[in-house]
Write a protein that binds this ligand. Structure first.
Ligand SMILES: Nc1ncnc2c1ncn2[C@@H]1O[C@H](COP(=O)(O)OP(=O)(O)O)[C@@H](O)[C@H]1O
Ligand SMILES: [Mg+2]
Length: 270
C-alpha cells in the first residue's frame, strides 16, 4: 500500500452510506473521497439533507459507512475514538442544567478518568481559550446561547484533540454572534493546531473558516466540487472586505446553485 498518501490528516475513500429502515432505504452518501491535510481546515457545505452530517458522523464513529473507509491520522474512526484523537461538537450543545459550567466543561475529562487536580487545570485552560474565565460557577441557564456553544468548544478542547469535527456548531445562533465566534474559532485553531472538519450551510462561514470547501449536492449525496480558499493563515475580520472574499462567496454560490449566466442561458434555450 502506498502509505505516503494516506497522510496524517483526515481521509475518506469511496465512502457511501445507505440507511435502511425495514424495506425502505435512503442513499445518503455516494462515493465520497476527501483529504484534509493535517493542521488544515475543511468545510462541508450543501443543502439540507445532502449528507453532511452523515459524513461527519462516520468520522466521529457514530455510524459505520456501508461502503469505503474513513481514516483519522491513519486510524479507523473506532481506533481514533479509543485514542481520543478527535472531538465532536454539534449544533445544540448538551450542557447538563444542574451542573456548573466548569463541571460541564470537564465532563469529557471526568469520563476519561482524569484526576481532579489535572482536570481543574485543563478546564481552566480551555475556558480561558474560549473566553469564559469568570463563568466557572454559572449554570447553563444563566448563559447566552453563544456562551453555551463556547463552553461546548471548551469541553471539546479539554481532551486536546488533533481533530475537531463540528456539525453546524453556530447554526442555532444569531448572525452577529456567529460571526464573532467564527473569528474566535480561527484564533483557537491557530493556537491549538487542530485539524478542522466543519459542516455548515453558511457560505460566508465556509470562506472564513476553510482552506478548502467540499461542495455537496443531494440525492445521492456526493462531493461535486472542491474549492480552495487561498487566505492562508492571514485571517482577521478585515478579510471580509478583501475583494477575494466576495469572489470566493460567488464561486461557492455558483457551485451550490449553478452559475447565474449559465442558468439563464439554459432557460433561454429551453
Ligand atoms: N438515521 C437515519 N435513518 C434514515 N435516514 C437518515 C438517517 N439520518 C439521515 N438520514 C437521511 O439521509 C440523508 C442525509 O442526511 P444528513 O446527513 O443528516 O444531511 P445534512 O446534514 O446534509 O442535512 C437525508 O435524506 C436524511 O433524511
Ligand atoms: Mg446535518
Amino acid at each position: 500500500m502506498n502509505t505516503a498518501d494516506v497522510g496524517y490528516g483526515l481521509s475518506a475513500r469511496g465512502v457511501g452510506m445507505i440507511y435502511r429502515r425495514g424495506k425502505q432505504s435512503t442513499v445518503a452518501l455516494t462515493d465520497c473521497t476527501l483529504e484534509v491535510p493535517r493542521g488544515s481546515w475543511t468545510s462541508l457545505i450543501g443543502a439540507s439533507g445532502c449528507g453532511k452530517s452523515t459524513l461527519l458522523r462516520i468520522f466521529a464513529d457514530i455510524i459505520k459507512p456501508t461502503h469505503g473507509e474513513a481514516r483519522l491520522h491513519g486510524l479507523t474512526p473506532a481506533e481514533a475514538r479509543a485514542a481520543r484523537t478527535y472531538a465532536f461538537v454539534s449544533q445544540q450543545s448538551t450542557m447538563l442544567p444542574w451542573r456548573k459550567m466548569a463541571d460541564n466543561v470537564g465532563l469529557g475529562l471526568e469520563v476519561a478518568g482524569v484526576a481532579k487536580p489535572e482536570r481543574e487545570r485543563l478546564i481552566a485552560e480551555a475556558m480561558e481559550l474560549v473566553g469564559l474565565t469568570g463563568f466557572e460557577k454559572a449554570f447553563p441557564s444563566e448563559l447566552s446561547g453563544g456562551m453555551r456553544q463556547r463552553a461546548a468548544i471548551a469541553r471539546a478542547l479539554t481532551l486536546k484533540p488533533r481533530f475537531l469535527l463540528m456539525d453546524e456548531p453556530f447554526g442555532a445562533l444569531d448572525e452577529l454572534t456567529r460571526d464573532k465566534l467564527n473569528f474566535e474559532l480561527l484564533r483557537i485553531l491557530e493556537e491549538t493546531g487542530a485539524t478542522l472538519l466543519l459542516v455548515t450551510h453558511s457560505i460566508s462561514e465556509a470562506v472564513i473558516l476553510s482552506d478548502q470547501v467540499a461542495v455537496m449536492t443531494p440525492r445521492p449525496g456526493r462531493i461535486t466540487k472542491m474549492i480552495e480558499i487561498g487566505f492562508g493563515r492571514d485571517r482577521t475580520v478585515a478579510m471580509r472586505d478583501d475583494p477575494r472574499f466576495a469572489v470566493y462567496e460567488a464561486e461557492l454560490r455558483h457551485a451550490l446553485h449553478g452559475d447565474p449566466a449559465v442558468v439563464a442561458a439554459q432557460r433561454h434555450i429551453a
